[in-house]
Write a protein that binds this ligand. Structure first.
Ligand code: ZN
Length: 656
């Protein structure tokens, strides 16, 4: 546990909220303290209102903000006196509590305050910090957890038994705090949940958090429950199609396509191959708010229908005990532990899947350490159910809009580093797909820095490299739903009587053979696509209307066109659609430099502008126009169309 505080960073600031932002970010930077929106912090500040009167305001973390990146506007300014008065009520429902807090804030544009706001309000300290520190949870979630906490901390913390976050927890903390707090109290441990620290300054509160968590770490080290040996012998095998089958099964019970990332590092494999996995992994999450991301239990192995049935039984058993009626969430697992595959993390987007993977990586370590300490003990299923089906979470569900058209789906684009391919990547990402872009140009690996894009350098003419791309696609996102065949070469003009055999073969190899191999190798993946596979071929105007001097190019594109038509006939039964589009004169690509454009325009006796719009509609065709059509061809608009060919050329009199 490192203390990251540096006096230099905030020495110049006398602003109490700025200091709050600074140490909140320090906490957020350490993933062993808080993960993805977890944890919260506050500061109590005296401010003057519009009438010049002094008021105490509680600035508390707003929902939707992450401590790692929080800014001043991420804190909700709540009237402290009102929040403290609420804590005195005998009871208050969580929606009513949220309403009270939202109607007693000082800035109309502020985010909703944390559900732990009242708890922050009742603690009589200027600065309050709250985390779900791994080391602390490891101890509270082990056999004799409470006794161990008292052994580690003595009277330096107040200990509060588990109660679900919200009004009731704030009430219980107020009561325990007034009874247990003494001169040496610097924090508060919430069993099976997390830890609070507090102080007169941002620095004091932060440093107490670090010191408290460090004591739990030292205790685990002392008890030989810190370093967990990795024992995984053989690395996981290449299992692209096994992964795609698992994803298909999960999507079937979820009712929507999902992204699934696979993790097979030594530590993960070592965990999933443990002899006691069936016991230790089936207790429950390390802290209840993880349930929203990970579900209560991981799937062991690959029997997805059995998992869905067990989830239905869990809902049926616990729902009748809830205060109001609940809507069942989808019964699909979010974490899969398989001795051969490793860990598979499931989400509606690549970002969601990455969050699941990160939370479970921490969970595995917590479980392994608590097991070494004497036994991992999570909360009973009913407590987890109450958080998973909390009315505030259910309300979010009802408000959530329609997902993006390609949410949970995976697309592969060839020749993706520039021109039409690059534009296709953008159009598919904009529709919510996770995209794998491949290109000979190494710039592809850094084309987009985001979790839903994977750029791989690849020579499409090398079959083994294409197979590697498909395996890596399955590892990263779980399968393949769409392929855009765009890569191609257009050598300089050359008439047949002077065309070298080598040149002819090279064009055929890239424009035809490579696409044939990729189609063949993609087919078993596309067959497993939850909503059916789609292939879009970027053809050429040269297919219906060839020109002199482009024999190899025109012949290769025409052959590719015929290949696509046969594939449409053969793969329709596998629910795979193949459609082609024929662009012409798309000038915003790498081939068309300003000089080339000027010289071609001059050749035809036209201005550059007239040359660019030299078509029936007198319009310019851009890479984006082609890409948008390619993306639409994968979507609902073309759901009933296969084997089609569409021009995207502004109208060409030879084609029409
Ligand atoms: Zn918490």
């Amino acid at each position: 546990m490192d203390n990251l505080f540096s006096d230099d960073d905030i020495a110049t600031s006398t602003d109490e909220l700025a200091r709050r932002v600074y140490t909140s970010r320090l906490l957020g930077r350490d993933k062993s303290l808080v993960l993805h929106g977890g944890g919260n912090t506050s500061v109590k500040v005296v401010e003057r209102n519009a009438f010049g009167e002094e008021e105490e305001i509680l600035y508390v973390k707003g929902s939707g903000w992450d401590l790692e990146t929080i800014a001043a506007e991420g804190f909700a300014p709540v009237e402290l006196a009102h929040a403290k008065r609420l804590a005195e009520l005998p009871s208050l429902s969580d929606p009513a509590m949220v309403n009270e807090l939202l109607t007693h804030m000082k800035r109309a544009s502020a985010p909703g305050p944390s559900v732990e706001t009242i708890l922050h309000a009742i603690l009589p300290y200027k600065y309050v910090d709250h985390t779900h520190a791994d080391a602390l949870i490891t101890v509270t979630n082990s056999l004799d957890g409470e006794a161990r906490i008292r052994e580690i901390y003595g009277d330096s913390v107040v200990v509060v038994p588990y109660v679900m976050p919200g009004f009731d927890l704030a009430r219980l903390c107020a009561e325990r705090f007034s009874r247990q707090a003494g001169a040496r109290t610097i924090g508060m441990v919430l069993m099976n949940h997390g830890i609070f620290s507090f102080g007169a300054t941002a620095k004091e509160s932060y440093e107490r958090m670090i010191a408290l968590v460090a004591r739990a770490e030292a205790y685990l080290q002392e008890k030989q429950a810190w370093d967990i040996a990795s024992t995984a012998a053989a690395a996981a095998t290449n299992a692209g199609l096994e992964i795609a089958r698992l994803r298909r099964d999960i999507a079937a019970v979820a009712g929507f396509p999902v992204i699934m990332s696979r993790h097979a590092d030594e530590q993960t494999l070592s965990f999933v191959r443990r002899g006691d996995l069936a016991t230790i992994s089936q207790q429950g999450p390390a802290t209840p708010d993880h349930v929203i991301r990970t579900k209560r239990l991981p799937l062991l192995g690959r029997d997805v229908p059995a998992y869905a049935a067990a989830y239905g039984a869990y809902f049926a058993a616990h729902e009748p005990l809830a205060k109001e009626r609940k809507t069942m969430l989808d019964p699909a697992p979010r974490v899969v532990l398989d001795p051969e595959l490793g860990l598979c993390a499931v989400g509606r987007s690549a970002k969601d899947a990455a969050i699941v993977a990160e939370i479970y990586a921490h969970t595995m370590q917590i479980i392994a350490r608590a097991t070494a300490l004497g036994g991992y003990r999570a909360l009973p299923a009913q407590d987890i159910f109450d958080v998973e089906y909390w009315d505030l979470e259910q309300a979010k569900l009802a408000k959530s809009g329609k997902p993006a058209p390609f949410a949970g789906e995976v697309a592969l684009v060839t020749g993706a580093a520039s021109g039409i391919g690059k534009a296709c990547v953008a159009s598919l990402l904009a529709r919510g797909a996770a995209v794998v872009g491949i290109d000979l140009n190494p710039a592809i690996t850094t084309l987009q820095q985001r979790p839903d894009f994977l750029g791989l350098q690849c020579d499409v003419a090398a079959a083994d490299q294409l197979r590697t791309v498909l395996a890596r696609t399955a590892d990263a996102y779980g399968g393949l739903d769409m392929v855009v065949l765009n890569a191609g070469i257009f050598p300089g003009g050359c008439r047949i009587d002077a065309l070298a055999t080598e040149e002819w073969r090279r064009v055929m190899e890239v424009n035809l053979d490579a696409n044939f191999v990729l189609m063949r190798e993609s087919h078993p993946f596309l067959k497993l696509a939850p909503r059916g596979g789609r292939v879009v071929i970027i053809g050429s105007k040269n297919v219906p209307a060839p020109g002199p001097g482009a024999a190899a190019y025109s012949a290769s594109k025409a052959a590719l066109n015929q290949l696509a038509r046969v594939a449409a006939l053969e793969w329709g039964g596998d629910n795979i659609r193949i459609n082609s589009l024929h662009p012409n004169a798309v000038f915003d690509t790498g081939i068309w430099s300003d000089e080339v454009l000027a010289s071609r325009a001059q050749h035809y006796g036209l201005t550059v502008e007239a040359y660019e719009k030299n078509n029936v509609l007198k319009t310019e065709v851009s890479s984006r126009d082609v890409a948008e059509l390619a993306a639409e061809m994968c979507g609902a608009l073309f759901a009933k169309t296969t084997g089609a060919q569409l021009p995207v050329d502004g109208g060409n009199d030879r084609v029409i």
